[in-house]
Design a protein around this ligand. Sequence first.
Ligand code: TNX
Length: 646
Amino acid sequence: MRRTLRTVAIISALLTAAATFTIPSAAAPVTAAANALPGVERLLPRPVSGTTSGRTPFTLAEDARVIARGAARPVADYLAALLRPATGYRLPVSSHPPRRGDIVLDLGPGKAPAGHADEGYRLVTDGDRATISADTPAGLFLGVQTLRQLLPAWVESPTRVDGPWRVQAVTVADYPRFAYRGVMLDVARSYLTVPEIERYLDDAVRFKINILHLHLTDDQAWRLAIDQPAANPSGLDYGALIRVGSLGGSDQLGNGTPLGTGPAIRGYYTQGDYADIVAYAKSRFVTVVPEIDTPGHTNAALASIPRLNPDGVAKPMNNTANVGYSTLDTTSPVTYEFLRTVLTQVAALTPGPYLHIGGDEAAATGHQNYVDYVQRVLPLVAELGKTPMGWNEIAAADLPPGAVVQFWRAASLEQVLHQVSRGAKVVMSPAGTSYLDQKYDAATPIGLNWACRDACDFDRYYDWEPVRDGLAESDVLGVCGPLWSETIRGLSQAQWLTYPRLVSLAEIAWSPRAAKNLADFTDRLAHLGSRLTIAGVNFRPSPAVHWTTEITARSGRARVLKGEIGTFTAPSATTPTARIDFGDGTTATGTVAADRLAGPLNAPGLWRITTPEHRYAHSGTYRGTVTVTTPTGDTSTDFTVHVDKH
Ligand code: TNX
């Protein structure tokens, strides 16, 4: 058995220029599943066009390189780092002419499908090589996500699995329907660490998400450090936003009922942390959209800086989920001094074009004050060089052309349409079909249910159309799925509510409208479960999906087999069984044990198959089979054992 698989994977991930791996092996490397290769028909989101050519499949060679020049190199580095842990291959990035078995990233004008230079790409795989071509590094990166899904699911393994790493011979030409394909993390109600956000992002980009909206401030807490500005006429203490404002969280309802599985998680981001998130996102071609929610949803700021209050007295922090009671004083110059300081720093830290000022549920502000406020702050954002963005309510004011309204409820539809007729754009986040914080059903232990009740699975989040209500295609920038965190404690719970529903939203945002087909989408999800399991993403295995199984078994040189012989995924199984045919005329029942059992907030982990001790009587080469039985039927894979002469 291969020793220290984990160590090998870690080393291979770290050393980009290491020598080939020569690992002393008493028995068996892990062999990739014999399951049918995933084809274009399984891609999520569905590409604009994809065909299987029927030619020789592409095989990633052990000595393969990723060929890239210039601005394509960072994408090549990303791809190589992605493939190294599971393959154990060195995968150097090189600018030499390609050889058989290489992956080529071909960057240049006119490479993407015509008219889609920004994010379009082509992917061609055959017996010679896999080539991704695009006009931009972003296009290459999106093509990389497609290639990744065409490799066996075990490519997502953080530890080494042996190949062959084959890809069907395909031709894909692809580009997005919408430029804005977002997910929103509410780090105000309950905090996520920087590594948690990065991991969350790494999984979202699999589905071609390219916007990370960060809801940084709310009534419960303020999470982004703001430096003391050089000019501070009112002598405001911005450090208090962290000393006081970051200490809060959404622990309970207003009536005292506890929320979530424990108290909200506290924390804050230094400006360096925020810059790290932005840089990490940028390396994945994701734009960060920061939101400073105002003039309502501001209790944490009012609790931190007394002078923001008309009476000069700081409000108490409030760790309930209550909202709608707080407001900045829209008539006070101190408010605008404060906002200029905050928004100037946020704008300076944010390379992306958008700056979101919230604007939702400002029930305590008063209508005219609210309109005056929006008409003052949006131009300030524009003056800072950013496109101002806010929730639907901002459409009550006259917006500067190009301002973006994030649509979350139909209440102010007339106003939104009016502002659109004046040049505003819309991002669609209709609560009932895109709020990722809603319970899947009554049994979901976390989540809210005000926007979606009872049947809020991936199908509902798939089966809606963003261009509607009198909007035209060109009015809509795209789609965003908000994950409000009143009830969410940490990354694993965030993933549980996110997957598979974010995949639904991602397909709405990426794929052509005419390609929408719920039954087909459900079939594709059925295979995705194994990939998420292997990647270690916590997802809810919906009972509406016939989750499929992927299996690997170990091959190698041995006279005696014993211990772990294979691994498989089975997202909906509770008591799978395994049978081993040793290939010498004998069979046995394998012992099956789960890494982690499914729970009300947990996807099941991998299942390990252990063989009873089996001694081969004679030397030779034996082809064995491991077969597992799960609710979706039997799945088998072969393994080979070489038994040497004594
Ligand atoms: C409404 S949507 C809110 C948030 C809550 C969310 C909970 C919006 C703009 N405001 O403050 O967190 O509902 O689902």
